[in-house]
Design a protein around this ligand. Structure first.
Ligand code: FE2
Length: 247
């Protein structure tokens, strides 16, 4: 059994440092790895990245993250990623990593993702150059996430994004903003590989549980949704229907 702790949208700045640390210090007793689903900072500054690294770095379990839209706000996403990497945190962007955990290989493929909407209510790659650029970004990121997922050789595969791959975990948000919270192409990417679990954030007012059209369990781990420092999900357990257990 592999235990995965996950949270997103922690939006760390100076005033947040210390808020998560007591729970994070207990991670080794509760989980084998921590995945963070983007919006690590408020405005994507190097200083805020340093605060995140201080709060989430140096833990006794591996920490894997993707960036969110907030982490791009200052156009310093590469600098932000370097601060995190220097602190021993793995940053994924249309890429994957494999963690050796208790004799099992946990594969994590991650991408920020992008908006675009869902079946029957989505932007299409048509018309103005600006619209084609928007949807082109959606399609490009999703295709590269799919490639990353399919490239991993592991015993349990997790997809980590900031934007949502399904509309179910957005329930609670205004319908009008669904196209800015996720896209169906991410769900297609997740379904193109033997993904066991998909984690995302971004939708602070959404719902925790959903499922891709292909049946992959999806969990919105945005901090305002899970209302605790992290949730813990179990993979490769004997639980009936691979249901994901909470700690
Ligand atoms: Fe976000």
């Amino acid at each position: 059994m592999i235990r995965i702790a996950a949270v997103g949208d922690v939006h760390v700045d100076k005033d947040v440092v210390g808020r998560y640390r007591p729970a994070l210090e207990q991670l080794p007793d509760r989980a084998d790895a921590l995945l963070v689903a983007g919006d690590l900072t408020r405005h994507g500054t190097v200083e805020e990245a340093g605060c995140f690294a201080k709060e989430f770095g140096g833990l006794a379990v591996p920490v894997v993250v993707v960036l969110g839209n907030h982490d791009h706000q200052s156009d310093l996403q590469d600098d932000v990623a370097k601060v995190l990497t220097d602190a021993g945190i793995t940053v994924l962007e249309c890429s994957a990593t494999v963690l050796e955990i208790k004799g099992h290989r946990l594969g994590v493929a991650g991408a920020k993702g992008f908006g675009g909407g869902f079946a029957g209510a989505c932007a299409s790659n048509f018309g103005e150059r600006e619209m084609k650029d928007f949807v082109g970004t959606t399609e490009d990121i999703s295709a590269r996430l799919g490639e990353a997922l399919r490239s991993v050789e592991c015993d349990a595969l997790v997809a980590l994004t900031h934007y949502s791959p399904v509309p179910e975990t957005l329930v609670g948000e205004p319908l009008e903003i669904y196209p800015f919270l996720g896209c169906y192409q991410l769900g297609q990417a997740i379904d193109s590989a033997p993904t066991a679990l998909a984690l995302h954030g971004h939708a602070h007012h959404g719902s925790e549980r959903g499922r891709t059209p292909g049946g992959v369990p999806v969990r919105n781990v945005a901090h305002p949704v899970i209302k605790q420092a992290y949730n813990v999900y179990q993979l490769l357990s004997d639980a009936v229907d691979m249901e994901l257990a909470h700690a």
